[in-house]
Design a binder for this molecule. Structure first.
Ligand SMILES: [Zn+2]
Length: 470
């Protein structure tokens, strides 16, 4: 038997307007090297000034993750040379992180498990190297972007637990609006520390995994490493203490370099920056600004809206989706129907168009109206979904679309019977088949009536009348 021990190091870019030590913009996707100044390029004589918002965002993250907040903190220099780091040191925090000893809860198989947070500290990002075939380029726009690094304790014991932890962490950071957590833009990055212990307490060396571009990649890399560590132990060998890169195409980890030791970085306090003093009132003020967090929102959704656990979890995984749900139910009070519609139709549109709920043009009030029309039988479910898609693009009200396109469901007995009679007259063979016991023929006839009505006939009534009229 083996136990796998996993700890994570997550870097999240903070949503400040300016960088951590200068007033350069933090906007993503600008032309290379256009958002730099002497401070973030580390030119001689320039002096950094710490952005207050960065401290606040880090402390808010710490509060949301149940951490202890330090009263006195310092910035340290982490020394290493790399072309994307013009100062040859990164300003980070070593001995005095802003937050420590917290936890995030995950829920697996109906059991709650606390994953310890060792520390949260602030630091500056480095630039970005772009490697071409026979040369490399460096973009310094990213230099000095504010980051928090969240380091967990090795409390996760499977890829699934690591995945759940990351999902919860991301949703907390999004809820408190300190990071947009876009892995594809690099605003959320995750490294994994992993090793394996056998039942007779033989341990493999800790291996660090990098280049993980999605939560799925994190899970896959963990599973690959778990097997690799166990097979080495079974051969009586051990892993090298090293950093490995996840190769997405080969689906395997590849050695990158031997792992650095802390002494390699020659940490020391940055003499250009003063002590950070955090008083009680400041912390209390920040606590007041923490909104309802995902876990509490989920419990409230179950209690107030009588939603199943699964629905509540899906809806509250994003604060914006949860807000949208709560707006819609102001206009349409069948909570479960709203939940179903959001989890299927709304999510489908978001996925298809690769957009977020904020980009969708539909107003909660209009969705409430659309659901009312479906519930009253004015339009069929099928047409309702079509109207919804149109609403998402044009922002039109459902009433407008229905009236302009003449989509009101036909529930008038005489009109439906007229259409059925026409279909009966035109399809004697199917009537014959049906009478001879071929049930399929009925489905065909219903289809023909629906076609005749251009999808507008109430399908329930068509079935009902058709049965009687044959
Ligand atoms: Zn700058």
């Amino acid at each position: 038997m083996y136990q796998i021990l996993i700890g994570l190091e997550i870097h999240a870019e903070l949503l400040t307007n300016s960088k951590i030590f200068c007033s350069c913009s933090t906007q993503f996707g600008k032309e290379a090297n256009t958002q730099c100044c002497p401070v973030c390029l580390g030119l001689p004589g320039s002096l950094p000034v710490l952005n207050k918002k960065v401290i606040e965002f880090a402390i808010q993250s710490g509060i949301a993750m149940n951490c202890e907040i330090t009263k006195k903190s310092f910035m340290d220099r982490k020394n290493y040379f790399y072309p994307d780091l013009p100062k040859a040191y990164q300003i980070s925090q070593y001995e005095d992180p802003l937050c420590k000893d917290g936890y995030i809860e995950i829920e697996k198989d109906k059991k709650v498990k606390k994953i310890g947070i060792q520390r949260i500290h602030i630091e500056e990002d480095a630039g970005k190297s772009i490697h071409e075939k026979d040369y490399s380029l460096v973009d310094y726009n990213r230099c000095g972007l504010p980051l928090i690094e969240i380091v967990t304790k090795p409390h996760m014991n499977s890829s699934k637990e690591a995945y759940l932890f990351l999902e919860n962490l991301k949703s907390i950071l999004e809820y408190i609006e300190v990071s947009d957590c876009k892995m594809e833009e690099g605003s959320l990055r995750c490294d994994v520390n992993i090793n394996v212990v056998s039942s007779d307490m033989v341990k493999t060396n800790i291996v660090e995994l990098k280049n993980l571009n999605s939560f799925k990649a994190v899970a896959k890399a963990i599973e690959y490493e778990e097997k690799r560590h166990i097979s080495l132990l079974e051969k009586g060998e051990n892993t090298k203490k090293e950093t490995r890169r996840w190769d997405e195409h080969k689906n395997m980890t590849i050695p990158m370099r031997s792992k650095e030791y802390v002494q390699d970085y020659r940490y020391f306090k940055d003499p250009d920056l003063v002590m950070i003093h955090i008083d009680k009132d400041w912390i209390e003020g920040m606590k007041k600004n923490i909104p309802e967090l995902p876990k509490d929102k989920k419990s409230r959704f179950i209690k107030d809206y009588h939603l199943p656990d699964y629905d509540a979890k899906v809806l509250t995984s994003s604060r914006k989706i949860a807000d949208f749900f709560e707006e819609v139910v102001k206009y349409f009070s069948d909570f479960k129907l709203v939940s179903n519609f959001i989890m299927t139709e709304v999510y489908r549109v978001l996925k298809e168009k690769n957009i977020t709920i904020e980009d969708i043009k539909i107003k909660p009030k209009d969705l409430g109206e659309l659901l009312t029309f479906i519930q009253k039988g004015m339009i069929s479910n099928h047409i309702g979904k079509k109207i919804f898609k149109k609403m998402c693009i044009s922002g039109e009200t459902p009433r407008n679309i229905i009236e302009n396109k003449g989509l009101i469901q036909i529930s008038d007995e005489n009109s439906i019977k007229e259409m059925i009679q026409k279909v009966i007259n035109e399809n004697p063979q199917s009537i014959e088949d049906y009478k001879n016991g071929k049930d399929k023929a009925l489905g065909f006839l219903v289809g023909q009536v629906m076609k005749e009505s251009r999808g507008k006939a109430n399908p329930k009534l068509v079935n009902q009348y058709l049965n009687k009229m044959i």
